[in-house]
Design a protein around this ligand. Structure first.
Ligand SMILES: CC(C)(COP(=O)(O)OP(=O)(O)OC[C@H]1O[C@@H](n2cnc3c(N)ncnc32)[C@H](O)[C@@H]1OP(=O)(O)O)[C@@H](O)C(=O)NCCC(=O)NCCS
Length: 231
């Protein structure tokens, strides 16, 4: 772990009582930060970055909820993020190399789902505004599951991995889910992928295995592991 991350993590643990929170906001954690302030930051994580904060000190990224995808640079950044993840071998619904038309259609669907209120998208951007990560929260529309949501497409650019971006995205997503009254989260991830230990370490509970859940480009079938988490 890089020294800055260890320091940020330690400070965040002292202040937040849990790891990774420091990555949500580009700020220096001080002992004087109160629970009320942390709660304010949490709300802002779901609604916007904090203007005027020091974006040079690591961790130098911020997380925002995105309501529209019509900004061309945001859209291009999200398409690049998905292309990069698929090229890296991630099992996120597509075969490599990702067809640009499928990529565009995917984000069109995301934009429609956001507009119809069924989906929330959290985006991590670096100090220059470049999209470096994202995650989606799909709200169950069913009458019998107003408490439930699916976590989808947790993605971090390959050159930004291992720096706490995913951890910070997930922490912001938990806060967002709570604020929407969703206290049961579910997801699945390809068995044997990095996601499996990632979610286990992050406190998710293994709920079972879906045999032969995905068909890979080489014709083989892979199991998926289902995880759930109560907030
Ligand atoms: C999974 C993914 C989102 C993690 O993003 P990330 O920003 O690198 O994750 P973090 O930096 O927050 O790391 C979280 C933990 O994983 C560890 N980690 C990160 N990259 C790792 C790697 N390549 N190998 C082993 N451990 C790694 C970190 O050290 C950290 O562990 P710790 O909490 O014990 O310190 C990223 O690898 C990715 O986008 N993968 C492709 C898409 C995917 O598989 N998504 C998830 C399944 S749907």
């Amino acid at each position: 772990m890089p020294p800055w991350r260890a320091a940020a993590s330690k400070a965040a643990s002292a202040v937040n009582g849990r790891r990774g929170m420091a990555g949500v906001f580009p700020f220096t954690v001080r002992k004087t930060h109160t629970p009320a302030l942390r709660s304010q930051w949490t709300r802002r994580a779901a609604g916007g970055s904090i203007p005027g904060m020091d974006t040079q000190s690591p961790p130098h990224f911020s997380i925002t909820t995105v309501n529209r995808l019509d900004d061309p640079s945001l859209r291009a950044g999200l398409e690049h993020l998905l292309t990069d993840a698929v090229a890296s071998g991630a099992s996120v619904g597509f075969h490599a190399p990702l067809d640009p038309a499928r990529n565009a259609a995917f984000w069109d669907d995301v934009a429609s789902a956001i507009a119809s209120g069924g989906l929330r998208l959290l985006v991590a951007r670096d100090g220059a505004g470049r999209v470096i990560g994202a995650v989606q929260l799909a709200l169950s529309p069913k009458q019998n599951s107003p408490h439930r949501a699916d976590v989808q497409k947790l993605l971090v650019l390959t050159d930004q991995r291992g720096r706490g971006v995913a951890t910070a995205l997930m922490n912001a997503l938990y806060d967002l889910a709570r604020s929407l009254g969703r206290n049961l989260l579910e997801l699945d991830t390809r068995a044997g992928d990095f996601g499996e230990p990632f979610y286990s370490r992050a406190g998710w509970e293994r709920a079972g295995v879906l045999p032969g859940h995905t068909l890979e480009a080489d014709g083989s079938f892979h199991d998926a592991v289902m995880f759930c988490r109560r907030l």
